[in-house]
Structure formats: C-alpha cells, structure tokens
Design a binder for this molecule. Structure first.
Ligand SMILES: NC(=O)C1=CN([C@@H]2O[C@H](COP(=O)(O)OP(=O)(O)OC[C@H]3O[C@@H](n4cnc5c(N)ncnc54)[C@H](O)[C@@H]3O)[C@@H](O)[C@H]2O)[C@@H](O)CC1
Ligand SMILES: Nc1ncnc2c1ncn2[C@@H]1O[C@H](COP(=O)(O)OP(=O)(O)O)[C@@H](O)[C@H]1O
Ligand SMILES: [K+]
Length: 505
C-alpha cells in the first residue's frame, strides 16, 4: 500500500470529487460516517461526547460527526474553537445542518475554555492534514488542557497539531490522542516511534478515494499489508528436493552467545531453507549439533570466536552473518576476507554490522546489490552516525541504501526496509512481545532462508520481516506479550507461513 503526503491526499480528494462525480460535501459525509461507525463500536451512547471543531474541513468532519452521533442518541456537546468567521464551505454547510438541541458553544478566548474531567470522551476535530503552521495561542491552550485532563481523545484523521509528513516544530502543541482514525491511508507520522504518545492506537477507515489516483500517485514510501505480501510466497513443486531450496551458511555465535547461532539456525530451517550449514567456534560444536540436528556444523579453529571462513565457500547460495559473533580482531579479519572474496547474497546483522561500521575500509568493500543489513536503531547509528529525529533517520536510511546499493531492514515497531532505489517499506506486523533478546537473531535466520530460496533480496526483506512479525502476532494468543521469547517466535513461524499461504477471503 502506498503512503501519500498530505499534499497528495488533498489532490486525491480533489480528483475523487472531479472525476468520480461525488460532491465535496458528500465526501465529507462519507468521512464523518466512517468515523462515526468506528466510534459507535468503541464507545457507548451513554458517554457524554465533546466535539472540538477547528475552522477547516477537519472541523467540518467534526460537525458532521456530532450530528450523526446526536442522531444515534449520544449526548453531544459541540465547540467551535478560535476564529471560525471565515470557514470552509463544507464547514458552513455542516454548521447549518446541526439540528436543534445541538447548539455549538463558541470558544474564542483562553478564559472561556471548558472544564473537562478525566472521564470525558473527546472528539478532536481541530486540524487535520491542512495544518500549515505550528499550533500556538488559543488552540495550544486547548490542546494542553485536553492533554492534561486525562479525557479519552479520539482524533479525526490526524492528532491536531502533528505534521503529517515532516518534523513538527518544537513550539507547536500536539494533541495526545488515545485513538486516531485516519481516512483512506495512514500518514507517515503514524509509523514513527517519536509520535507514539500523540497518535495512540491508529486505524484507517476507507472513504472511497479514487483508486485510480492512488495507483498513479508517485511515491517511494509504502506500507506492507498482507495483500502486498501474500502473492510473494512461492508454492513448492511436487517433485521438489532439498537442492532446489538453497544451501545457506550461517556464521554466528561466540563464546557465551552460541544461543544466537541456535536461534538463527532454527529460524532459517523454519524459513524453508533446503540445506543449512552453521560454522561456530569450537565451544559451540556440541551445542549446535544437539540443539539443531537438522543443521550441518563446522567448527572454527578458534575455540571462542569466528576467525576463519569455511573452505569451499562458493558452494553456498547465501550467507547470514553476525548474531552473537563478538567484535574480536580475528573476527574483523575474517569479515574482511569475506567481503573481499565472497560474491554471495549476504544478510549482515549484529556484531558483523558493528565491525563493518567501525571501518571505512570494510564499508568500501561491500559488494553492490548483494547485501541486506538488519540493524536495530543503535546499530544503524553506528553505520551512519548520530541522527536527530525519526525523519532524519529515514533520510539516512535512504542515503545509506543508495550509497552502498544495499538493503537495510531498520528494525523497530514498524520496521523500515530501505532499498537501493531509495524506496522505503514500513512493516505492519509484530508487537511489543518481540522486545526481548534473540528476536533479531530469528529475523536474520528467516531472511537468510528466503534469500537462499531464490527470492530477490527485496522480496526476502519484505516477506521475512512480515513473517517474523506475523509469527509473533500469532504467538500472542498463546503466550502473551510479557512472556514471549524468541523461541516462541520461531515456534509460530509455521503458523505464520500457513496463514499467508491460505487463499484470501
Ligand atoms: N473533500 C475533502 O477535502 C475532504 C477533507 N476531509 C477532512 O479535511 C481535512 C483537511 O481539511 P482542510 O484542508 O480544510 O484543513 P484543516 O481543517 O486541517 O485545517 C485548515 C484550517 O486550519 C487553519 N490552520 C492551519 N494551521 C493552523 C494553525 N497552526 N493554527 C491555526 N489555524 C490553522 C487554516 O488556515 C485553515 O483554516 C482532512 O484532515 C479531513 O479531516 C474529509 O472530510 C474528507 C474529504
Ligand atoms: N514493540 C515492538 N513492536 C514490533 N516489533 C518489535 C518491537 N520491539 C522489537 N520488535 C522486533 O523485534 C526484533 C528485535 O531485534 P533486535 O533488537 O536485533 O534484538 P536482538 O538483538 O536481541 O535479537 C526486531 O525485528 C524488531 O522489529
Ligand atoms: K484532528
């Protein structure tokens, strides 16, 4: 699914109105109905609902929603905030449509702000995608009041005050919504961790914007949904054999962290690899052979650390390297040899990232269009330097992928996958149960397995990250967030694959 900017969303509104024969006011009615429908499922009519409307079309949505909720027997209070003497046409129409008994209260000065308690149910319709400057003055005072009241806030389209696709200036006040109900498509701001406290739980509701416009719109930002991912999965042939599904080499594990190699190896097997060889330091031999009997195990001459590459390295289809390695000098030398000689697709994680990040020489040796990095935000900063905020991080992601012609899965709640062409895909699966040691090692195993099975590197990233999060989402029902471990994520990979391979309803 594409992510559009606020400017593109406005164009989509206009295109839908011009080309699909729907009037602007009817489109607003659709939007208000979609919001109301969500609201009715969430809150009972016994709630006192306070709807705060700004001067634009977001305020117009608020007025229409207030009318619809009033018709559905909610007890509604409407507030017109600030200077609404020059409102949008659709705002005006919806103001006129307010029924008797729903007279709005005008809030024009800070001393006329209403008193609200923590039990209040608030609809925030102050500003949406038309916000064009930081929110200050009366609006900011109201936003502060709402944020401090403890009221439950549902924002229409955007939390008021938050810029949809660029950094909100520091001086601007922003609503801290419990829920944000966005029309047609999510906004980039929703996917960035720095906005969690403003956006709250977000939902997208369709309002029938032109699909033709969306299909033609130019963007390099995407959100991966199940329908985007499902068709990537390749069915197996009846007369297939293990030789068709790739031979992966994992270079993982160091003394005290052989478990990382076990997790990556088990995940790689569950990801469908045909054959798996794992090279571990001598200390890991018995552990690996016992914990993962399906994998062939090679031992390094070094007892504790990776220090050499296996012979016949060309026979492998893909190499996954990093989890649990440590950053010993001998390991750095081995990684240097790997980058200088191997032409395999490579999945580079954890300490292998840290080692490469510490050396410009190693960075220069990275083969083009062969490498997938899987850093968490700290490891990413080691690669690119300190970042200022989440937008800056995204900019660095694009630049790094372009400069090194590589893929990067920048891990997080919405893992962002950067490609050498400058595209960024945000993942939509996963949950905070995954915030536990070892889940990243599992991801390395899964992506390595997919890259070994002839998926393109972009497909391996998209499918791997989606499956990894989906496995954790399915595990949620069995073990919950708190108790979830990396092994649970591996155990639910089969269910995730089954889930994805079922035909869509
Ligand atoms: N036909 C359409 O265009 C549709 C628009 N919809 C709604 O319309 C919204 C966009 O509406 P608008 O483009 O009118 O914009 P908004 O309603 O988001 O805000 C624009 C108004 O706020 C003022 N403003 C902006 N920033 C301000 C600030 N910091 N302080 C004080 N005033 C400020 C502007 O001068 C203008 O009057 C969407 O978010 C959505 O809620 C929906 O009804 C769907 C259809
Ligand atoms: N709150 C969250 N929501 C969704 N996914 C998460 C969350 N926290 C962590 N994850 C996922 O868990 C994994 C953690 O990886 P990483 O930090 O490398 O862990 P480790 O190094 O311990 O294996 C990543 O894939 C990340 O996207
Ligand atoms: K809003």
């Amino acid at each position: 699914m594409k992510l559009l900017t606020a400017a593109q969303t406005r164009e989509a509104d206009a295109y839908t109105i011009n080309e699909e024969g729907i009037s602007s006011i009817d489109l607003m009615e659709r939007a208000a109905k979609a919001f109301t429908c969500w609201f009715e499922n969430k809150f009972q009519p016994s709630e006192q609902v306070h709807v705060f409307c700004g001067p634009g079309n977001n305020g117009g949505d608020g007025l229409a929603a207030a009318r619809l909720l009033h018709e559905r027997k909610y007890s509604v209070h409407v507030y017109l905030v600030g200077d609404t003497s020059n409102p949008s046409e659709d705002f005006k129409t919806n103001l006129e449509r307010l029924p008797q008994g729903l007279e709005p209260t005008r809030v024009e000065q800070e001393n006329s702000l209403p008193a609200l308690n923590g039990k209040a149910c608030v609809v925030d319709a102050l500003f949406g995608t038309g916000l064009n400057r930081p929110v200050t003055g009366l609006y900011a005072a109201l936003i502060r009041l709402l944020n401090e009241s403890g009221a439950t806030v549902s924002s229409i389209d955007m939390p008021s005050g938050l810029y949809p696709d660029s950094q909100t200036p520091e001086e601007g006040a922003i609503i801290k919504a419990n829920y944000t109900i966005s029309f047609e498509l999510p906004k980039l701001a929703f996917l960035l961790p720095q906005h969690e406290e403003y956006v709250g739980e977000w939902h997208v509701v369709p309002i029938g914007l032109s699909q033709q416009f969306v299909a033609d719109a130019k963007t390099n930002l995407y959100v991966t949904t199940q329908s985007d991912i499902q068709h990537l999965l390749k069915p197996r042939k009846k007369f297939s054999h293990k030789g068709l599904y790739g031979h992966a080499l994992l270079l993982c594990g160091g003394y005290g962290k052989i478990g990382a190699a076990v997790l990556s190896a088990r995940a790689c097997l569950r990801g469908g690899i045909g054959l798996l060889t794992v090279q571990v330091p001598q200390a890991g031999y018995t552990i690996l052979q016992t914990a993962v009997p399906e994998a062939m195990t090679l031992t390094d001459k070094n007892r504790k650390h990776l220090s050499e590459l296996p012979k016949e390295i060309d026979k492998y289809d893909v190499i996954g390297i990093g989890p649990g390695l440590g950053t010993e000098r001998v390991t750095k030398t081995a990684i240097g040899q790997l980058l200088a000689t191997a032409s395999h697709p490579m999945v580079i994680d954890a300490d292998a990232i840290n080692i490469i990040a510490s050396s410009d020489k190693l960075k220069m040796q990275l083969p083009r269009n062969k490498v997938i990095f899987t850093p968490h935000p700290k490891e990413f900063e080691r690669l690119v330097g300190k970042v200022k905020n989440d937008y800056d991080r995204l900019q660095h992601l694009r630049e790094f992928c372009l400069e090194y012609q590589c893929y990067v899965t920048l891990k997080g709640s919405h893992t962002a996958i950067g490609t050498p062409e400058g595209k960024v895909y945000f993942n939509t699966t996963g949950n905070s149960g995954m915030a536990t040691g070892g889940t990243g090692d599992v991801l390395t195993g899964v992506i390595t397995a997919l890259a070994g099975q002839q998926y393109s590197l972009e497909e391996a990233c998209l499918l791997g990250v989606y499956l990894h999060g989906l496995a954790a989402d399915l595990a949620l029902h069995a073990v919950g967030e708190v108790a979830m471990t990396a092994s649970d994520v591996i155990d639910f990979l089969p269910k995730a694959l089954l889930h994805l391979s079922q035909p869509r309803p």
